[in-house]
Design a protein around this ligand. Structure first.
Ligand code: URA
Length: 440
């Protein structure tokens, strides 16, 4: 007889769980037979004693089939997912670029989590943009147009929703098997034949070291292969925000500027790298390099921008935003943080910057908090930049009643979060550490 008690005890004592035990437990959680307190105990046992590749695959499978799964008639269906970062708006650039190259992109994205922003929150800065299509509408739109972007629905991997909520409050988020099963159950349910996974590494990411990120990449690729998916993992830097903008409206503007060819180099390079990976996995280019060339052409010709504009129109958003940023919510005040002395930027703590954005209202402290789309930061410098005394480092976008908060953030940025050194840092982290592809 299976029992929650025995399964928890078995993992607590470091033994391998069987497929039957894992599936029985997750089914019990979803059906309400197993309590959150028992799930939490098992999560901590997994966190401490780990899961091997087989157990991770069984957990993924159990979470995947806790809800609906999609199957597309269309070919070349490839999605991308990021493990979460600060200023990471690459999806708005790479998804239209990939679609313009012939990839079908079914994107089910997340909301902000902790200090990291969420694609769904950002796109909702565009008036009218609907992120709540049901799965039938989602599938029809993908098959007719090749690009659709929605938020998590209760129909996809409902077990993850419960488990994620428990992990978030029980210090069990940063576990490689649990992250793998959480991300992959949702991505596999979406029906994509290929998945490009951008695994963020550094101070602003869940994975702080390259070694940890590499392990997560391997676990994600192995799990994808078990489910016959073509997989690409990219380890990319999150020791500072990606691009120059942090905050919802500001990130939409930066994404559109990037699609117009005026984007910051890091954001442009990463978006094209990932879009090229999607083109390659979709079988529309012989090599990743050839995929990147196609993505660059779609950027240069404006096809990516057109694709983004059409997606906004289809999903009910005001596509005039592409020409007129004035229709986006904006903060009323701008506070410039200037360099107190000359030097070089040696550190920009991405986690702290993300937390400051949340404190301005650009993210949530509680699930029911409303987002203020207009607030955020525009950075004028990156790590390694030379600055003169008095030169702007960052502009804080805030509201009338947040003058004191803006001053407090300024003090913290200058005292702790942004470091100025006399010398240019000897080593600056590369934007992309490594890329691995596995074919099913
Ligand atoms: N994103 C997810 O969806 N799940 C995790 O566990 C971590 C990041």
């Amino acid at each position: 007889m299976l029992s929650a008690y025995n399964i928890i005890a078995k993992k607590r004592d470091g033994h391998e769980l069987s497929e039957e035990e894992i599936k029985w437990f997750i089914a019990g959680l979803t059906e309400g037979r197993i309590g959150n307190y028992q799930m939490t105990a098992l999560l901590m046992a997994i966190y401490l004693n780990g899961f091997n590749t087989k157990e991770t695959a069984y957990l993924t499978d159990a979470m995947l089939y806790s809800g609906e799964t999609l199957h597309f008639e269309a070919n070349h269906v490839v999605d991308k997912h990021s493990t979460g970062g600060v200023g990471d708006k690459a999806s708005f650039i790479l998804a239209p670029l990939a679609q313009a190259c012939g990839v079908n992109v079914p994107m089910i994205a997340g909301r902000g989590l902790g200090h990291t922003g969420g694609t769904v929150d950002k796109v909702e800065a565009i008036e009218g943009f609907k992120t709540t299509l049901n799965l039938k509408e989602f599938k029809e739109m993908l098959e007719a147009h090749g690009l659709v972007l929605i938020g998590q629905t209760g129909e996809i991997a409902p077990a993850d929703k419960i488990i994620y909520g428990l992990r978030d409050v029980t210090a069990t988020v940063d576990s490689i098997p649990l992250i793998t099963a959480s991300i992959m159950s949702k991505k596999l349910a979406e029906g994509a034949q290929g998945i490009v996974m951008d695994i963020k590494v550094g101070s602003g990411a869940f994975m702080k070291s390259k070694a940890q990120a590499r392990k997560l990449a391997k676990s994600i690729r192995q799990t994808g292969l078990r489910f016959d998916r073509n997989m690409m993992t990219v380890l990319s830097d999150m020791n500072q925000p990606l691009g120059n903008a942090v905050g919802n409206s500001l990130e939409i503007i930066e994404s559109i500027e990037t699609l117009k060819g005026n984007g910051p180099k890091d954001l442009t390079d990463l978006s094209v790298h990932l879009a090229g990976g999607m083109v390659f996995l979709a079988g529309l280019a012989k090599t990743h390099a050839a995929g990147i060339r196609k993505a660059k052409e779609a950027l240069k010709s404006g096809a990516g921008l057109q694709s983004f504009k059409e997606m906004i129109e289809r999903q009910g958003g005001n596509s005039k935003v592409v020409e007129d940023y004035g229709i986006l919510p904006q903060a009323s005040h701008h506070h410039v943080v200037a360099a107190p002395r000359a030097g070089f930027i040696t550190k920009m703590d991405a986690t702290r910057i993300g937390q400051h954005c949340v404190s301005l209202g650009g993210g949530r402290n509680k699930a029911e908090d409303k987002i203020d789309f207009g607030v955020g930061f525009t950075f004028h410098k990156k790590i390694g930049s030379k600055v003169k005394e008095g030169e702007p480092i960052v502009t804080i976008h805030h509201n009338e009643n947040q003058k004191e908060l803006a001053q407090k953030i300024t003090d913290e940025l200058l005292q702790k979060d942004i470091k100025l050194g006399r010398q240019k840092p000897a080593k600056i982290a590369p934007l992309i550490y490594e890329t691995e592809t596995s074919w099913s």
